[in-house]
Design a protein around this ligand. Structure first.
Ligand code: SF4
Length: 343
């Protein structure tokens, strides 16, 4: 493949405009904190969904040292809705390491970035390339898709990742690695889309093996997914006046460290919601919600009652920052209460 010609075509396309993103600085050096934050938020999350969170984090914590000094609970609440809460815990651990061990200044090499807690190979490469213009191979889902089509990589994911990384490394522009990384990501997001890629507008169509063969959407080849297991449980909406009882979840495990509703364990069997309720009360079953986590689907019975006390609970009127599984449960209980009162 004529790598020099392909690089020139893609960078020329990138220079003509592509996407504007709030954390992107063309022709200058972006703030490493802002780029790192965007990269952590964008893992498993779309740009439109992550953008308001990114803006709010920068408003509340304008520097990495400000974030490092924040309370864990505040950051967890601000993260609610982005999912994958382990990332929020890693975010704080990394901010604190930068603030305390590096005097608030992000390291500027891939290797040193990789040594920070919670910073994986992808994030280290992305920050090194985008912020410091280091020669690094930045391979996200968009880049995997582009590379798999350019080279018609027939090995299914995830096994194909090694080959995809090697192919992406061959292509990386040695002179402008930061712009190269962003150009590849933009190509994947805007043109080489998962469905119906816009090959007529693609700057590298002339080099694309899948386009030549007419089977673009076959790539990347995926291993069929095993069905997600289902778990069952119950959540309890305990009200005292306008307040709801919330409990802090254990720091390790799913939604660790977050405030949430009291719940049973989530297991493979349906449970008896009244028998497992956290306190005796006049419990009403208001319905069920469905929620999908990465590794399982959850059917959660929702029970509601007026109650006076629950050991260890925080009574709050503000439920907007709860993880979405609990927000769904509170909304279901509120809708049920509203219907009852209008009868
Ligand atoms: Fe993707 Fe089509 Fe461009 Fe190939 S020609 S890289 S399939 S958009």
């Amino acid at each position: 493949m004529d790598n020099a010609g392909l690089r020139a075509a893609l960078l020329d396309w990138y220079d003509q405009g592509t996407r504007e993103l709030p954390w992107r600085v063309r022709g200058g050096r972006p703030d490493p904190y802002a780029v790192w934050l965007s990269e952590v938020m964008l893992q498993q999350t779309t740009v439109p969904h992550a953008t308001p969170y990114w803006l709010e984090f920068l408003r509340r914590w304008p520097t990495v040292s400000d974030l490092a000094a924040a309370e864990d609970g505040e950051v967890m609440s601000a993260w609610a809705g982005l999912g994958y809460y382990a990332r929020a815990r890693n975010l704080l651990a990394c901010a604190r390491a930068v603030a305390h061990d590096h005097a608030g200044v992000f390291p500027d090499t891939e290797e040193d970035l990789r040594a920070l807690p919670g910073v994986g190979p992808y994030t280290a490469a992305a920050v090194a390339a985008i912020v410091f213009d280091r020669y690094a191979h930045v391979v996200d889902g968009n880049v995997e898709r582009v590379v798999s089509r350019l080279f018609r990589i027939a090995t299914p994911l995830p096994k194909a990742k090694t080959e995809m990384r090697a192919r992406a490394a061959e292509l990386t522009d040695p002179v402008r690695p930061g712009d190269w990384a962003q150009a590849m990501m933009d190509l994947g997001a805007m043109v080489c889309r998962p469905k119906a890629p816009l090959c007529d507008r693609c700057p590298v169509a002339g080099w694309c093996a899948a386009k030549a063969a007419g089977d673009q959407e076959t790539y990347p080849v995926k291993t069929p997914k095993a069905a997600r297991p289902r778990r069952y449980g119950a959540a309890y909406v305990m009200r005292r006046g306008g307040e709801v009882a919330l409990v802090r979840r254990p720091s390790k495990g799913l939604l660790g460290g977050m405030l949430g509703l009291p719940t049973t364990d989530w297991t493979g069997e349906r449970i008896d919601g009244v028998a497992e309720a956290p306190v005796a009360a006049d419990w009403k079953r208001v319905g069920e919600i469905e929620h999908v986590f990465t590794h399982f689907s959850l059917t959660l019975e929702v029970w509601a009652a007026e109650a006076r006390a629950l050991e260890g609970a925080v009574w709050s009127r503000d439920v907007a920052g709860l993880p979405s599984v609990f927000l769904k449960a509170v909304r279901l209980a509120s809708g049920h209460a509203a219907k009852r009162s209008s009868r």
